[in-house]
Design a protein around this ligand. Structure first.
Ligand code: 3AM
Length: 178
């Protein structure tokens, strides 16, 4: 199974994000049903390890926390802009949950994540976009903000890569409790 841990987003936030999509030739917009905030990409794991990871995630104790999205950004690789995202505020509640997840997964045998956690919601894959247009789009939407929403759970998703778009299926939900 190809797995990742993420936050789902409430419909009102997805609607706001979906309202940003459009007006950029050459980009592939993420489908609104696929919007999520990745806490940890796990990748392909055998079934027995998936069960261990599930147990470790289920043992995490963390409190609900507010989540706000604020501003736009891009990720680059090899001098190309790969994706466009909305930035999530790196609040103590979010950082705490992400660090607990990282620790739990490492204890269960996953290698450490080397990249620093940069919370975001991907809006589009942008390999085919013209850079000036992309820069203009980011400028035009730089004041994008969402009202804080309470995060009450996190989710283990499976991901099936498809030709057009990946299919993400919530496999297990883990509740946060005060
Ligand atoms: O949450 P976003 O959209 O930024 O790009 C994939 C997606 O990121 C990323 O995991 C999220 C859920 O699929 N992803 C895919 N392969 C990856 C890899 N090998 C990866 N992240 C890190 N390493």
């Amino acid at each position: 199974m190809r797995l990742f841990v993420a936050l789902e987003l409430p419909p009102e936030v997805k609607d706001r994000l979906a309202s940003l999509a459009g007006g950029l030739p050459g980009v592939r917009w993420v489908r609104p049903e696929n919007y999520h905030l990745t806490l940890r990409f796990i990748g392909e794991v055998p079934g027995h390890l998936a069960e261990e990871l599930d147990l470790a995630l289920a043992a995490i104790r963390a409190k609900p926390f507010p989540l706000s999205l604020s501003g736009l950004g891009t990720f680059e690789k090899g001098g190309r802009v790969q994706s466009l995202h909305v930035v999530a505020e790196r609040t103590p509640g979010l950082a705490h949950l992400q660090s607990k997840i990282e620790t739990a997964l490492q204890r269960s045998g996953l290698p450490a994540e080397r990249k620093r956690f940069a919370p975001h919601v991907t809006l589009a894959r942008t390999e085919g976009a013209a850079l000036p247009k992309l820069a203009g789009f980011i400028q035009a939407h730089n004041l994008f903000r969402t009202e804080p929403v309470m995060v009450e759970r996190f989710v283990l998703y499976s991901s099936q890569l498809g030709k057009e778009a990946a299919v993400y299926t919530p496999e297990v939900e883990y509740d946060l409790a005060a």
